[in-house]
Design a protein. Structure first.
Length: 265
């Protein structure tokens, strides 16, 4: 195949892909009765946001309530991730190839984790609302179940990536299951496990805002309250507070991971 025919084929594939995407958009817009001319007025919406959602001096009187809700959201995210991490580590040890006692249990745990992590956070929150109503515990459970599935799968893959020769060496010397786990597995996976936990905390803080809209708790509920009561300035302050919290948590997580990496080296 010559270079000319190669690039011609590439352009043809790209053209077909773009045409397919445009056809899919046109079909969706037709079904939803979406007016594509709305894109021409996008700047008007941005101007409205800039005028109404910029916090002003009057918005600062709501800062106490916003800060309290922000702290509650952070605590729910950290607590759900921490508890899920403990259970996920136990399940991962039983479900990973090097440490799992038998194949049937490994497949059962792997399937259980896949089901938990493939249910979206909105699905968990709506489903749990029927039983636990609107409170912080409902948000905690929604974040817990999603984190449990994600962390179990992540921890299993981490365990399966370690050097099995260390495990086999301890087994040859007569070490029992828990001695192998304590001496060969946990020291090897400590750093990546902590990294996964920190990542999940960051992710759960973002998800906790959406969960709060559904469960009537935390910073999500405060934003919904201010927005529906047309207090756009305080609602903009809520958005700013969420952004500041996410950046702060991400910065602290990066510092902790860097510190852990230095200690491990």
């Amino acid at each position: 195949m010559t270079m000319t025919s190669f690039f011609r084929k590439k352009r043809l594939h790209l053209t077909l892909l773009i045409g397919l995407l445009l056809a899919a958009y046109a079909a969706a817009a037709l079904i939803l009765n979406f007016n594509s001319l709305s894109f021409l007025y996008l700047h008007l919406g941005i101007d409205w946001l800039a005028v109404n959602f910029i916090p002003n001096s009057q918005s600062l009187q709501y800062w106490g309530n916003i800060l309290q809700a922000l702290v509650r959201t952070l605590l729910v995210a950290v607590a759900s991730t921490s508890v899920a991490g403990v259970f996920a580590l136990g399940l991962a040890l039983l479900g990973a190839q090097p440490t799992g006692p038998n194949a049937a249990l490994r497949w059962l745990i792997r399937g259980f984790a896949s089901v938990l992590r493939n249910i979206p956070i909105v699905g968990w929150a709506l489903w749990l609302l029927f039983s636990f109503k609107q409170n912080d515990f409902t948000g905690f459970l929604a974040l817990f179940f999603l984190s449990l599935g994600f962390l179990t799968r992540a921890f299993m893959e981490t365990i399966e990536a370690i050097d099995v020769e260390k495990i086999q060496a301890l087994q040859v010397t007569g070490a029992n299951y828990w001695q192998v786990v304590a001496q060969a597995v946990l020291p090897e996976i400590l750093t990546p496990v902590l990294s996964w936990l920190l990542y999940m905390i960051e992710n759960n803080i973002r998800d906790a805002t959406l969960v709060g809209l559904l469960t009537g708790t935390g910073i999500g509920f405060v934003f919904d309250l201010y927005y529906k009561s047309l207090r756009y300035g305080p609602a903009g302050l809520v958005v700013l507070a969420i952004i500041m919290l996410v950046i702060a948590v991400e910065t602290v997580s990066s510092l902790i991971e860097r510190r852990i990496g230095m200690i491990a080296d």
